[in-house]
Design a protein around this ligand. Sequence first.
Ligand code: CP3
Length: 340
Amino acid sequence: MIFVDACFGKKTAYTPVWMMRQAGRYLPEYMKVRAQAGDFLSLCKDPQKACEVTLQPVDILGVDAAILFSDILVVPLEMGMELQFLKGEGPVFSRPIKDQADLDKLDVQKAIENLEYVYETIRLIRGKLAADKALIGFCGAPWTLATYMIEGQGTKTYALVKKMIYSNPQFMHAFLKKVTEVLKGYMQRQIENGANVVMIFDSWAAALEQSAYFEFSWSYMKEISAYLKAQFPHVPVILFPKGISGYLDKIDGEFDVFGVDWSTPIELAKAKLGHKYVLQGNMEPTRLYTKDAIDEGIAHIVDVMKNERHIFNLGHGILPDIPVEHAKYFIEQVQTRTKI
Ligand code: CP3
């Protein structure tokens, strides 16, 4: 698989490419299946339909990897938390975690088992996906999950979860440790059921100052990665901490690919981390609104990353109102312009 080869830094015929959130609302085909499923969570829990939408961007755009269709929040859901996706508001947990008693109610082993619908989805996808295309499994970073589980919803200030860090660090570590245990088992099962690569999304990394980031987030991401690499050295691990360009000097650990977000200049990521890790990224997603901006974005990244170990991607997820034709153009252009 060209994608797996590139994750290990091997020379490939061109730079493989995919897009974060490539299965989603910008595709009319996705909207059709989503309408049949009812709501978003029902779609995540329906292996046949989740498999179908996972494969759509591979067929429609020709990306080099499929990413499992699911969500990072199915983990707290299956640990026992009540989750709803409200129209216009995003995810909401009706009873956020406040204290040790709430944490004690969450069950590690049950969560790993309750997520069977994800493992079944992976088996279905791997059965249908072309042999030369990789399937990416994923989870959220313990810190990013904590922001939703403790705040109860998306937040601008992170006041509750950060108050917990500074007022009760022991509790925060106990919390993150428990979530980390679930994620180790969850990622292990994703791999055992057919995921060829795994990625950990730390979307809200930038909410933390440097010392807190390394203590409360990166350490747990590294722990999950080291656990997986010890058992599955042939499965690449991608870590994506979004928005921490100021902390790159301190990035270390046992993993294969560092995901570069759009706010980090690719030259900077190359200088700081390119010798240690394969880099993935990082075209600014809103460049997809115009073909000129796409051309310019690709040209810059190709110029910086030629002869370097690289996987092409956007620097965060594709937006719902991007024309499909532009997404297709982006994928084609990367695959042709990077050909050796
Ligand atoms: O194509 C893919 O990338 C795979 C599927 C995927 C989804 N969510 C589907 C989804 C992945 C990898 C995620 C990860 C995810 N989910 C993250 C981390 C990545 C990132 O984007 O930073 C986060 C923070 C979440 C939590 C989440 N899920 C939010 C905040 C929302 C609501 C915002 C929105 O776009 O509506 C979701 C919903 C969600 N997850 C959708 C999809 C396709 C939209 C649901 C729909 O309306 O159909």
